[in-house]
Design a protein around this ligand. Structure first.
Ligand code: ZN
Length: 303
């Protein structure tokens, strides 16, 4: 394996995304290992175990997806259906700043469900891509495969016609999540000989990646893991990208939302409660606004 060093460390570098390329093949790969950033997303929410594991998997999947962005922008992946979870959503940008939430239906706060289909029921995955410049676009696929990894791979096949395989791992005791993606990189040469080679390269790398074990992905760093999986191949590993938890809510954004409320309604809430409180669904931070914060909204169209 070229361009990478073998390390003996068993301490994984977590909260990073690694991207790599097979030098002699039209195949690329990604590896994501989450710890602190995932723990921040589930903190204080008291999600049942099945829900927090699925949210972690969705977070890892969203990291893998945002790494495919070729421009500045963000991706939101939302699961919705008729199961115990009303919706689950993770949002990430090209800097791997992530946030996410699971909204359980009122009677389902303690659900024991723990597979994608038990939790979401009959449902869909909605992927929204918002470039900083230009139009947003959305892809919707039915959740027809058994696992989230398979559903996402199916999305790539349908919407982008790119053969893709995805593996997701969770360790609820250590509160760690990890994932890997392998993708064919089609080139301009459409000759049948070339297509057959591409397909067999992709299959070969997929089979090697399929030997990855949970205890390896949670204990080895990227270099050691790539050596373990692909030591007979030539692999170029790019600079790792840090993944962080970033909610993005703020006092000012809440104030902007309140400014949309009618002045007489603001006045009546203040008269009743002496303040308007807003709690962020994602990080559960509460922002309080008193008369002095809001008087400009009241006076502007008051009589
Ligand atoms: Zn927040």
């Amino acid at each position: 394996m070229s361009n990478t060093k073998i390390t003996n460390t068993t301490i994984a570098t977590t909260d990073v995304l690694n991207r790599y390329l097979f030098n002699d093949m039209h195949v690329r790969g990604e590896l994501v290992q989450l710890s602190k950033s995932y723990q921040s997303i589930i903190k204080n929410h008291n999600y049942p175990v099945g829900v927090r594991v699925l949210l972690g998997e969705l977070m890892a999947a969203t990291c893998l997806l945002t790494a495919t962005l070729k421009f500045e922008g963000e991706i939101t992946v939302q699961l919705q259906g008729d199961g115990p979870i009303g919706y689950m959503s993770v949002n990430g940008d090209n800097n791997q700043q992530m946030r996410g939430i699971a909204k359980l239906k009122p009677q389902q706060k303690q659900t024991k469900a723990n597979s994608l289909h038990e939790l979401i029921g009959k449902g869909t995955m909605v992927i929204t891509i918002r470039p900083k410049k230009g139009e947003a676009y959305q892809g919707v696929v039915a959740l027809e495969q058994a696992t989230l990894a398979e559903c996402l791979a199916h999305y790539f096949e349908v919407s982008e016609q790119i053969p893709t395989k995805i593996w997701l791992f969770s360790d609820d005791d250590k509160q760690q999540i990890a994932g890997s993606l392998v993708q064919l990189l089609p080139d301009g040469d459409g000759s049948s000989e070339n297509l057959i080679k591409q397909e067999s390269d992709f299959e070969h790398i997929s089979q090697l990646t399929n030997t990855i074990k949970a205890d390896e992905i949670f204990s080895l760093d990227a270099q050691a893991l790539l050596y373990r999986l692909y030591h007979q191949e030539k692999v170029s590993l790019f600079e790792p990208q840090a993944i962080s938890y970033q909610c993005g809510c703020s006092h000012d954004k809440c104030l902007a939302a309140i400014s949309q409320i009618a002045a007489d309604e603001i006045e009546s809430i203040l008269a009743e409660q002496s303040k308007i409180s807003m709690t962020c669904d994602y990080c559960l931070t509460t922002y309080d606004f008193f008369y002095d914060d809001l008087k400009s909204f009241i006076s502007k169209d008051s009589h």
